[in-house]
Each structure stands twice: as C-alpha cells, then as structure tokens.
Design a protein around this ligand. Structure first.
Ligand code: LLP
Length: 444
C-alpha cells in the first residue's frame, strides 16, 4: 500500500505501509534502530529525479543551458557524484565547498565560484585547481583573479542586484536594495564594474548573475528578475558589451508544512525558461547561455531527520515538551528563520493525533525548539520522530554547538541504505584541540 500526501502532510516520495514511514524503500524506524539517532536520511532517487526533471525541461525549452547544484544546500562528496553523473555542474562559495566538489567528481568546466568575499587563498586555490568560471562580487576580486590567473583566462560573471522584492524571510532574501550581494543595476555601479573588466588582460567578461532569494513560491518574482536582467543586457549591448551567459541563481520553494503550495521544480523551470525566451525575443537580444542554480528544490524534500524522543515534560495548563536527541546544532533553521516543519511518528505515520507537543532540542538555549505546537499521537520515550524536508540547509548548516556530534547522513535507494557521511565521534570533535604549552618554541 502506498499512501502519498495523505492529508497529514507527507511530501516528496515518502510513503506509509502498515502505519510505518517508508523512505527510499526503507523503513524509517528500522533505519533509526540500525544507525542510531539523530540521523539524516537522504533519498537519492528523489534528488536524481528532480535533477533530471530540470535537465529535461531545459532540453526542451532552453537547450543552451547549464544546471548547477547549489552546494550550500547540501555539501558532501557523494552529492556531486550523484548529480554530476546526471549532468549537473556546481555552484560553490568557498574553498571547502570547492574541495568537496572536486573530490566528489564534479565537472570542473561546470563549476561556478560564487561568494561576496572570496579570500586570496581561495582564489589562488580555485585557479590552480582549474576552475574557469567566477561570479565576481567586488572590485578586489577582479584584482585577485588577475594576480593569480597565470597563463589562463578566467571567465568572469558579475553578480548584480536587480532589486526584486521576493516574498520570503528577510535573511534569505538577497536583492533588497541594501543587500550585501551584487552591484546595483539601478545606480549604475554594475555597468561601471563590467566596463572596467576590459582593463584586466587575464579576465574575460562572459555574463551577469543574480539570485533573488530562496524558498520563493511566486513564479512572478523570477519573471520580474528576467525582465530586469534582460533590460540590463540591452543596456550593456548599447555600450558595446556582449553578454554570453545569464545566471539566474536558485530560489524555487519546497513544502515544509501543509500550507506551503510551491509549484513543482519542473513547472518553475518551465515558466522561467519560456519567459526568458520571450523576453529575449521581445528585446531582440542574442539568446544568452542560461545558468540556473537550484539547491533546496533538488535536495530539500529528499531528506528527513530521525530523532528519538527522550524527556517528556508537561508544564501544567501551558504546554508539553517532548525533547529529542537533536536540536539547533543539526537544524539551526528554526532559530534563524522561524522555519516550520512537519513531523510524524515513524511507526504511526498516518495516524492522526490529538496531543499537542512542542518538540524541543537538547541544546542549552531556550530558543532551541524544533517544532512549536504540533499535533501528534501520544508520544512515548524512545518513539522515533521523523521531521520532513530536512535535505537542504540542515547537514550543511550543522555545527558542534554544545559539542554535540553532527549526525551522519544515510543514503537510501531501492530498499538499501549506506553512509553518505559517517558519524562524528567525540575524538573527531576534539581532534584539533590543543592544550597550549608555552614552554615550547612559542615566540610571537
Ligand atoms: N545561487 C546563489 C547565488 C545563492 O546564493 C543561493 C542560495 C542559491 C543559488 C540556491 O538557492 P536555493 O535554490 O537553495 O533556494 N540558509 C537558508 C538559505 C540561504 C540561501 C542562500 N543562497 C535557509 O536555510 O533557508
């Protein structure tokens, strides 16, 4: 029996069999027993399907295009192995993400190095590793690229701020007028920096990039961005500047709670691609090579997190806390963005409950609540709780706060499971700790 989206808010390819949650053909409670909790579980096929859907839509609607996975959503070697096999490139924003992408087998030609303050070391490393494409966000970066390019020419895209107001959380919105990202189109700084690139003989200006925000539901936000970006191309063309590539970033929204109503990734992509074709035709400009950088929409719904319920505590007439063995160290999104989630008990996944709980994390912070006021069947100690849509910006944003170990990531596919990221031990956490010995050679 397969019950999808059965009214209690199951998303993605999750299913329920005999009340038990199934992910990638594996019994979720069984995974918790086998690997321990807290545990990130990643449904490989689900991510593959979404990635392939992006490519298929573009093949039909806008073949001259590259899909780069936004590493920041979920960065580990295996994800590049999985996605580059399908044909995706990667957007990286740090030396660490770049290293992981290379180790995971990402196609160097399809790596785009973003970031508003790449360090000198990162630029040197990227160029020496063979990265070709840089999305530049400062004048300093142009100088550094020129310094380290050696015998190669670096392809430069300039991150611009088209000033689109996307309806999402303030901190994940990136094109407000006072954003730290990009050069403003409106005040002319974007055009000025682009014009200056011709004075660097090791740099080759290839295009413009924007990213209007994340977890965006309205396709119109992307249409406005396309209008502004293609208007800007017209302006650059008038100044004699060719724009070969247009990078529209990521941002497509996913389901976290039942009220979220995103379009499918295919529908978002098709809408943007068709809109871009029309925008290009209407302005009579040359069709640019399109780059898109979906992160959350590829991996978000492919992930769930499994926890064991520990202490259950009722404050009379106020609320009942059920504490789990995770918290803000493995999911900081609630305290950062007031993010909301859906959860089910792994072996009662389709049973409607009548008890209200606040699911608390184990960190020493009052704000470490994972879900406030969720209705569930009665919870018992050691129940396995599954929080849904945790594949994006969870593992990648995890920390060792309170010296909790970052949970391992298990890949599941066709009823099989294997580590994608192994568990951290206490030794791992303390590996770089040193008790300073001032008697050693310690001259400042
Ligand atoms: N491209 C660029 C240049 C970006 O800055 C981002 C995300 C993406 C692509 C991918 O966007 P996506 O398709 O995942 O929406 N930590 C926040 C999200 C921050 C997103 C930052 N940039 C969160 O947990 O919601």
């Amino acid at each position: 029996m397969k019950t999808k989206s059965d009214g209690i808010g199951l998303f993605g390819d999750l299913s329920v069999k005999d009340h038990r949650l199934i992910v990638g053909g594996c019994d979720a409670a069984g995974l918790a027993e086998k690997y321990g909790t807290p545990l990130y579980v990643f449904d490989v096929e689900r991510a593959e399907k979404t990635a392939a859907a992006y490519l298929n839509v573009l093949k039909k609607e806008y073949p001259d295009s590259t899909v780069c996975f936004a590493s920041k959503a979920f960065c580990c070697k295996a994800i590049y192995k999985i996605l580059s096999k399908i044909g995706l490139g990667a957007d990286v924003v740090s030396g660490g993400e770049l290293y992981t992408a290379i180790e995971g087998g990402a196609d160097l030609e399809k790596i785009y190095f973003h970031g508003n303050n790449k360090t000198e070391r990162e630029i040197e490393y990227a160029l020496s590793a063979g990265v070709k494409n840089f999305v530049v966000d400062s004048e300093r970066e142009l100088r550094l690229l020129q310094k380290y390019a050696g015998n190669c020419k670096a392809n430069v895209l300039v991150r611009v701020n088209p000033g689109v107001e996307a309806h999402t959380h303030r901190f994940i919105q990136t094109t407000a007028p006072d954003s730290k990202f990009g050069f403003s189109i409106a005040d002319g700084t974007a055009e000025d920096i682009i014009k200056s690139i011709s004075s660097y003989d090791k740099l080759h200006f290839v295009g413009i990039a924007c990213h209007i925000g994340s977890q965006i539901f309205e396709p119109q936000s992307f249409e406005i961005a396309i209008d502004k970006m293609t208007d800007f191309i017209v302006k650059l063309n008038k100044s004699g500047i060719e724009v070969e590539r247009l990078d529209l970033g990521g941002g497509f929204g996913v389901h976290y709670i039942a009220g979220d109503k995103p379009l499918t990734p295919e529908a978002y992509m098709k809408n943007s691609a068709v809109y871009l074709k029309k925008a290009v035709a209407a302005r009579g400009i040359k069709s640019p090579h399109l780059i898109v950088e979906p992160g959350r929409s590829i991996v978000g719904e492919a992930g769930i997190t499994l926890y064991s319920v520990g202490a259950i505590k009722t404050i009379k007439n106020l609320k009942t806390y059920a504490a789990v063995d995770g918290g803000m160290f493995e999911n900081p999104r609630v305290s950062l963005y007031d993010a909301e989630y859906t959860a089910v008990i792994a072996d009662k996944a389709d049973i409607k409950g009548d008890k209200v709980y606040s699911i608390a994390g184990k960190c020493c912070e009052s704000g470490d609540i994972l879900i406030d006021n969720i209705v569930l069947p009665e919870l018992k100690e050691n129940d396995v709780l599954a929080v849904l849509t945790t594949g994006a910006y969870h593992y990648s944003m995890a920390s060792n706060y309170n010296r909790n170990a970052v949970p391992p990531v298990i890949a599941v596919k066709n009823g099989r499971s294997a580590y994608m990221v192994k568990p951290q031990t206490y030794e791992d956490i303390a590996r770089n700790d040193v008790i300073p010995d001032f008697s050693e050679d310690f001259k400042c």
